[in-house]
Design a protein around this ligand. Sequence first.
Ligand code: GAP
Length: 545
Amino acid sequence: MNQAKDADQSRMQKIVSLCKRRGFLFQSSEIYGGIQGFWDYGPLGVELKKNVKDAWWRDMVSAHNDLDAPAGAPSAYSMVGLDCTILMHPQVWKCSGHYDLFHDYMVDCRESQKRYRHDQVRGRWAECKDQRIFVATNVEPEEEEEDTQRRAMKFFKLRNKDLDRLSWDGGFASLTTVDTFDQVLGPDAKKLGTLTEPREFNLMFKTFVGALSGEEGAAFLRPETAQGIFVNFKNVLDSTRVKLPLGIAQVGKSFRNEITPRNFTFRSREFEQMEIEFFCSPEESHKWYQYWRDRRMNWYQQMGLSSDRLQLREHDADELSHYSTGTADIEYAFPFLDPGDYGELEGIAHRGDFDLRSHMEGKLDPDTNPLELELNEDGKPRWKGSGQNLSYRNPDPPNETYTPHVIEPSAGADRATLAFLCEAYYEDKAPDEKGKMQERVVMRLHPRIAPMKAAVFPLVKKDGMPDIAKQIYLDLKPHFNVFYDEKGAVGRRYRRQDEAGTPYCITVDGQTLEDNTVTIRDRDSLEQIRVKVDECAQVIRERLQ
Ligand code: GAP
């Protein structure tokens, strides 16, 4: 178990360092010391993430055939897209429940003035000199042991030679297992009992629109793209005349003021979502839920996450919201997690008519929903729905009217990108120009999402080889992202492209001068084939598909 954990953690460190070294990801505002929870995509990263979003959009929206039912679908259906604003009317968040319910519990430390997420602080019970204290920590898992030991020794004023006077009662546990905090040593505290009781903390970022700085101008950065789709449902129906079943898709930034962003880009404060709200009749909704759950799982597998690190986890009945008849998470065993743990890539939720009804009526079933209606002094609700009729009249017999039910496959573009990066990382050996096997790092990214599809090299910088290679580069450039490189030994150039995940390298060599052929080297199999220069684009295009 520990060996597996160490191997995963060292693999993760190598991935993080490759991401920085090769320009996939940088910490935001790094020259000023960085800002926690925000990440910038470098030249390779921006292409990778764009390809992930484009592949999703193409497979889910633009290449979708509205006329025929795809395999496994209960019937044919339509797919359209939207691009909504990040700031919306504040009432949207009241009716969606985010204003009242979208919070985490946090604890503050009176001594260090720091704030922590209650369920993310961990620690262990230490005993020494007849005293038992819970030593809390908020560092990365691999540093927990060292951090708690060092601070416990300092607290009990022990020197290294007194280590055997300190004993641990049980393993690491969450702070949520501790009832009272008077015997807790906070993660950055020197004294006991400095943590406050857990308090609610809303995760939405607040800002002010226009010149008004008071509450009248208050607005929130969207914590999900989904609500833009719900509030435009009627606009889409009226402007496109599409019928149900209908999926509306959106890709865009979302913002959450996560109390403890961590694990590289996995939990960020600014991130991108790829969401579909799929509207259908209540009777068919469960079949559609099953369809989307399986379809989305297949998508990740087709895009390269086919290893045993991927799983589909159905929520148990007691985990479901009252309006939901099913929710499943697609999860990936990221190497920064403990062995056996999985992190969510995407949730597929059956949301019933919760969202549309809430935007129509602004109130929910008081028996089953925890939202409480706030009342004005006159006894009228302080927040209301839009009052718009968001129900659907089926134009085909039996022409019934109903509030559509919604299936929501909600994915994170950054988490998917991170999973593809983690899955792609391999270390193996490849021959150099003298045929000697050399260690290499290779990013086996699916060719569809690889930042560059091919690199073109002249074997040497003479005999007209660079001119031929440059012409091939210029001919390929309009078709896909290509890179030209003539510097250094060709073996080193191959290895640089392996690290960038470039699936094909085209080399102009001595034979090119005789028969106008070049080699195409396959990143994964290392196989080299010879093709005519003017067939290069076609051969690579076929292989990319
Ligand atoms: N509309 C439903 C919704 O937003 P969610 O489970 O909160 O559901 C959906 O988020 C997806 O968005 C997650 O599965 C994850 O991929 C991504 N996501 C959520 N919070 C994130 C964060 N702080 N950082 C990066 N990605 C996040």
